[in-house]
Design a protein around this ligand. Structure first.
Ligand code: ADP
Ligand code: MG
Length: 279
C-alpha cells in the first residue's frame, strides 16, 4: 500500500512568502480561505484589498502562524509554517513586524517603553535600546512624544508608535492589517508614506486596506480577495472591488487639496515623487 508522503513543492527563488492551495475553515460554514496560492518576493510592497469577510485577516494570521491551514502549504522566510515546531514560533516571529488597526499599545507605559518593549523581548542591551528607540521615534515623527502615554496621543500618533515598535527590530517582512482603518485621511497618508519609506529601505510590506484612494495613488501590487480566493493580482494595480468606501469622497478631496496638491514634489504620494525625507 502506498504510504502518504508529504507533498513536495518548490519555493521560487527570491520568495519570502509562498502559499500553495491553502484552505482554512473556522467551522462548518464556508471556508475563510478556499485555495489560495501566492508568491511574494523579497522587497515587494503589496496591498491586499477586498470586501469585509473575504479572508484578508485570515491570510495575515496564517502568515504570522497565529493560525494553521486545514490543507495546503505555507512557507515564510524559509520556515515551513505547516510543520514548524511550537518552540520555534517565537524565533520565526522575530523576523516579522506586525501592525493592527487598533494599535495594541500598552496603555500603562509611555511611548518610549512601548517601543523599547520590542527590543527587550529580543534581549537587546539597554545601551543599544537607548540609542535605537529615539532613532526610530524620529523616523516616525514622534521624537518629542517619548514620555507620553497612549491615551495622550491622537490615533495617528498611536499608530506611528505601533509602527515604530514593529520596525525597531528590523523585520524582514511588515504585515499590517488595516493600519489606517481607524485614522482620518491625513493620518492615513502619513502612515502609508512611512510604510513606503520602510519598503524602500528593503522591508517587504503587506498591507490590508480599504483605502481606495491611497491604493490607486501608490501604483503597487494589488491583490483582491473575494470569498476566500484571490480574485485579482495586479502589478501596478487599482482598487477595483465594489464596496463601500471608508471615507466620503468630498472629505478626501478636501484633504488632498489642502495638504498635497499644494506641494506635490514632496508629498510622497507617487513612487517617483517620494524623496525619503520624512523626519
Ligand atoms: P476579512 O479580514 O477580509 O474581513 P476574515 O479573514 O476576518 O475576513 O474572515 C473571513 C471569514 O471567516 C468570514 O466569513 C468570517 O466571518 C470568518 N471568520 C473569521 N474569523 C473567525 C473566527 N475566529 N471564527 C469563525 N469564523 C471566523
Ligand atoms: Mg479583517
Amino acid at each position: 500500500m502506498a504510504r502518504r508522503r508529504k507533498q513536495q513543492y518548490e519555493i521560487p527563488e527570491g520568495n519570502v512568502i509562498t502559499m500553495r492551495n491553502v484552505c482554512k475553515s473556522y467551522d462548518r460554514s464556508a471556508p475563510a480561505l478556499n485555495g489560495v496560492s501566492l508568491d511574494i518576493k523579497q522587497g515587494e510592497f503589496v496591498f491586499i484589498v477586498g470586501d469585509s469577510g473575504s479572508g484578508k485577516s485570515t491570510l495575515i494570521k496564517l502568515l504570522l502562524r497565529e493560525l494553521t491551514p486545514n490543507t495546503g502549504f505555507i512557507n515564510v522566510l524559509g520556515y515551513e509554517l505547516t510543520s514548524i515546531k511550537h518552540r520555534k514560533i517565537p524565533k520565526f516571529r522575530r523576523n516579522l513586524g506586525i501592525v493592527f488597526q487598533d494599535f495594541r499599545l500598552l496603555r500603562d507605559r509611555n511611548v518610549y517603553e512601548n517601543v523599547a518593549f520590542a527590543q527587550r523581548i529580543i534581549q537587546e542591551p539597554n545601551s543599544h535600546i537607548k540609542k535605537n528607540v529615539p532613532r526610530i521615534l524620529a523616523t516616525v515623527g514622534l521624537a518629542d512624544k517619548y514620555k507620553s502615554r497612549p491615551n495622550e496621543l491622537s490615533g495617528g500618533e498611536q499608530q506611528r508608535v505601533a509602527l515604530a515598535r514593529a520596525l525597531i527590530n528590523h523585520p524582514y517582512i511588515l504585515l499590517a492589517d488595516e493600519p489606517t482603518g481607524n485614522l482620518d485621511p491625513r493620518n492615513s497618508w502619513d502612515i502609508m508614506q512611512l510604510l513606503n519609506q520602510v519598503n524602500r529601505e528593503g522591508t517587504t510590506v503587506l498591507v490590508v486596506t480599504h483605502n481606495r484612494e491611497i491604493v490607486n495613488a501608490m501604483h503597487k501590487r494589488v491583490i483582491t480577495m473575494k470569498q476566500g480566493i484571490i480574485l485579482d493580482d495586479e502589478m501596478h494595480g487599482e482598487y477595483s472591488a465594489e464596496e463601500n468606501e471608508t471615507y466620503e469622497q468630498s472629505e478626501l478631496e478636501e484633504v488632498y487639496e489642502e495638504d498635497y496638491e499644494s506641494a506635490p514634489e514632496d508629498s510622497g504620494m507617487q513612487d517617483d515623487g517620494y524623496n525619503g525625507d520624512y523626519q
